[in-house]
Write a protein that binds this ligand. Structure first.
Ligand code: G3H
Ligand code: ZN
Length: 283
């Protein structure tokens, strides 16, 4: 199946009542595992890669891998740029065939954030691709990037921000954090307020570590997408770490890589099922 355009994917999810997970990839193993997990669950979602991870896997490479993994499958999957840090990255990903884009200029002053998002939105919309923007600051640690600030999204700024940026979805800071170190404290009343004032659907970053009951509540508030990064990365790293702990001379890369794909795929399947209330273990 072809990669699905981001607007079509959101429309499909809305019609079916799904919330879309966006799983972060870094390399071939993560990419194959995510696609496998979504297809085994028969539930739609995104493979996404952050600008930071493009240092290892360039947009063309990741687009090739996702298309290859998805070739004979039929679960709708989109390919998303996560935390796009520059207009160059946005263009490179659109050129490579990404079907959804985030430009993250949330660290800039308000008007500069707006200008950066608007520039990306004008470009992406020409190609029919939706744009996610971020308002507020999500704390925690994403790979090696630490964000000390943790400013919640101000509901009074949302309408103006969306109107001036032309963004299609909005990533909000409501006590969610990146990574597995800091603890998330999701402010559900704030999320409810943001859903009320936002003209576009919301995106929740920092899915790893958020209790599933909280996710279930959060789903009521116009959430279209939930990002999971560290949770899956941990499944991959643990596969190698445990093997090394057991035997410091372990170097069977192919077998370990294959089992890492299996472990990450299982975890991706579990997460997409749980957030959609389809896994009776927790449902
Ligand atoms: O953009 C990526 C995510 O927000 C991932 O956050 O690593 O805490 O799941 P996480
Ligand atoms: Zn994020």
């Amino acid at each position: 199946m072809k990669l699905v355009n981001g607007f079509d994917l959101m429309k499909y999810a809305k019609e079916k009542g799904y919330v879309l997970p966006a799983f972060n990839t870094t390399n071939m193993e993560m990419t194959f595992a995510i696609v496998r997990g979504l297809n085994e669950a028969k539930l739609p979602g995104y493979v996404q890669i952050s600008s930071n991870n493009l240092r290892l896997s360039d947009p063309q490479t990741i687009a090739y891998l996702v298309k290859k993994a998805q070739k004979d499958q039929d679960t709708p999957i989109g390919l998303h740029l996560d935390h796009g840090k520059s207009f160059q990255d946005v263009k490179a990903c659109v050129d490579a065939g990404f079907t959804s884009i985030m430009i993250d200029a949330s660290q800039l002053p308000y008007d500069e954030n707006i200008a950066a998002v608007r520039q990306a939105a004008d470009y992406c919309h020409f190609y029919g691709i939706p744009v996610e923007a971020e308002l507020g600051a999500i704390g925690g640690k994403e790979d090696d990037i630490v964000n000390e600030s943790n400013a919640k999204t101000n509901p009074d700024m949302v309408a103006d921000f969306v109107e001036r940026t032309h963004c299609d979805t909005l990533a909000v800071a409501v006590g969610n954090v990146h990574g597995l170190v800091a603890k998330p404290h999701i402010d559900l009343p704030l999320l409810a307020k943001l859903a009320e004032v936002s003209p576009v659907p919301l995106v929740l970053h920092g899915g790893s570590g958020i209790p599933f009951e909280t996710i279930r509540e959060a789903r009521k508030y116009n959430l279209t997408k939930i990002n999971y990064g560290a949770d899956l990365r941990s499944a991959l790293v643990t596969t190698f770490g445990q093997a090394y702990e057991k035997d410091h001379k372990e170097c069977n890369l192919i077998e370990l890589s294959l089992s890492s794909v299996e472990h990450v795929a299982e975890r991706a399947k579990f997460l997409v099922e749980v957030i959609n209330g389809k896994n009776e273990k927790i449902a």
